[in-house]
Design a protein around this ligand. Structure first.
Ligand code: SF4
Length: 358
C-alpha cells in the first residue's frame, strides 16, 4: 500500500488533521448563518451523517455570533469560519469560538490586519486554512500562467503560506481546488512536494449528486490512493448531508474510514437474475437507515443468483443469493435457509441486528 505523505499535524477543536490521524470529512452548511435555528438543525444533521468538521459562511458580524450560539447548544464538532477578505469577521469568529478560520492572508489588505488575525488565532489555538480556487486566482498569476493552471494555484497557495510564515505562524492547512479534476490533482501533487502542511482536498463546483460525486471521487480518491490528503470535502449542489455520505464512501472505498460501518456488496444483476434485486436492495438500504444499523462493522452480500452469488455471500458475514422468487440466506459462509423474496429483506435486517462481525 502507498505510504501516506508525512504531513505536519494541526489541531482543530478536539481533532487532529495531518500526520497519521484519521482523515476528517468536512462539509459546509448552506443555511443562512444568521438563522440560528436552521443552522443548528443542519449542523446536527451533518454530524449525524458522519461529518467531522463543519464550515459556516460568515458574511457579517451577526453571522459570526453563530459560533457561540452553537457551542451553547452543545455542538462539539469543530466549526470553521469561512471568511472572505474582512479580517474583522475573522477576529469576531475567533472571539465567538470558531475552531478554525478559512481566510487567504493575501486578500485581507494590509500586513497589520493579517498580523491581528494571526495574533488572535495563536492566542486561541485556532489554525488557519488557506483555500485557493482556480476561479478566484490573483490577476498577476493569471497573467504569468495565462490560465488557472495547477502551477498557478499551487504558487498562489504558497504565497499565502509565506505570509503566515513571515508572521511565525505555521498552524496552517492548505487547499488548492479547481472545478477541473486534473488541475486539482496536479496542484495537490505539486504542493505535496513543496510543503508538509496538511492538505484539504476537494473538487470545487463539481456539480450535483451524480456528476459531482464522480468528479469528487476521482479527484479526491486519486490523491488519497497516492497517500496525499489529510482532510476532504466533496462539494455538491445538493443537500450537504449528501457531501458527507459521498466523502465517507470515498474513504471507505480506500479503507481509510475508521467510521466505516456496513459494507454492502451487491451484484449488478444480469439475465440470470430471477429475483427483483434492484428494489430489494433499495428496501434493504432504507431498512439499514431506519433501524440504525449503518454503523455495524459487517460485510453483507446482496447477490442475484445461485451461480456467482453463493461464492461472494460466503465471503461476507451475511449474504443472500437469489433464486426463482426466493433467496438463500448465508451467515459466515454457511447456508442458513431459503426464504420467499418478499420476506428476505426483513429477515436479513433481523439477522444483522443479531450478528457480530467475526
Ligand atoms: S451474481 Fe448472478 S445474477 Fe448477479 S450478475 Fe452475477 S451472474 Fe448475474
Amino acid at each position: 500500500m502507498t505510504t501516506r505523505r508525512n504531513s505536519r499535524t494541526v489541531r482543530v477543536g478536539g481533532l487532529t488533521i495531518g500526520g497519521n490521524s484519521p482523515i476528517p470529512v468536512q462539509s459546509m452548511t448552506n443555511t443562512d448563518s444568521r438563522d440560528r435555528e436552521a443552522t443548528l438543525r443542519q449542523v446536527r444533521a451533518l454530524v449525524s451523517a458522519g461529518c467531522d468538521i463543519v464550515r459556516l459562511a460568515v458574511p457579517d458580524a451577526k453571522a459570526a455570533a453563530i459560533f457561540s450560539y452553537l457551542k451553547e447548544q452543545g455542538v462539539t464538532v469543530p466549526l470553521v469560519a469561512d471568511i472572505h477578505f474582512d479580517h474583522k469577521l475573522a477576529l469576531e469568529s475567533v472571539a465567538a469560538g470558531a475552531d478554525k478560520i478559512r481566510i487567504n492572508p493575501g486578500n485581507v489588505g494590509s500586513r497589520e490586519k493579517v498580523a491581528e488575525v494571526v495574533r488572535a488565532c495563536r492566542a486561541a489555538g485556532v489554525p488557519i486554512r488557506i483555500g485557493v480556487n482556480g476561479g478566484s486566482l490573483e490577476k498577476p498569476l493569471l497573467q504569468k500562467y495565462g490560465a488557472p493552471t495547477a502551477e498557478a494555484v499551487a504558487e498562489s497557495a504558497m504565497g499565502h503560506v509565506r505570509i503566515l510564515e513571515s508572521l511565525d505562524f505555521y498552524d496552517t492547512v492548505v487547499s488548492v481546488k479547481s472545478s477541473d479534476v486534473r488541475t486539482m490533482i496536479e496542484a495537490n501533487r505539486i504542493l505535496a512536494e513543496k510543503t508538509d502542511y496538511p492538505l484539504h482536498l476537494g473538487v470545487t463546483e463539481a456539480g450535483g449528486l451524480g456528476r459531482g460525486v464522480v468528479k469528487g471521487a476521482v479527484g479526491i480518491g486519486t490523491l488519497l490512493a497516492e497517500g496525499i490528503g489529510d482532510t476532504v470535502r466533496v462539494s455538491l449542489t445538493a443537500d450537504p448531508v449528501e457531501e458527507v455520505r459521498a466523502a465517507r464512501e470515498i474513504l471507505s472505498a480506500l479503507a481509510l474510514d475508521p467510521k466505516a460501518g456496513i459494507e454492502v456488496i451487491s451484484c449488478p444483476t444480469c439475465g440470470r437474475t430471477r429475483i427483483d434485486l434492484i428494489p430489494l436492495l433499495a428496501a434493504f438500504e432504507k431498512g439499514l437507515d431506519e433501524r440504525g444499523l449503518r454503523n455495524k462493522k459487517l460485510k453483507v452480500a446482496f447477490m442475484g443468483c445461485a451461480v456467482n452469488g453463493p461464492g461472494e455471500a460466503r465471503e461476507a458475514d451475511l449474504g443472500i443469493a437469489g433464486g426463482d422468487g426466493e433467496a438463500l440466506l448465508f451467515r459466515h459462509g454457511e447456508t442458513v435457509a431459503k426464504y420467499p423474496s418478499d420476506k428476505i429483506v426483513e429477515i436479513l435486517l433481523d439477522e444483522i441486528e443479531k450478528t457480530e462481525a467475526k
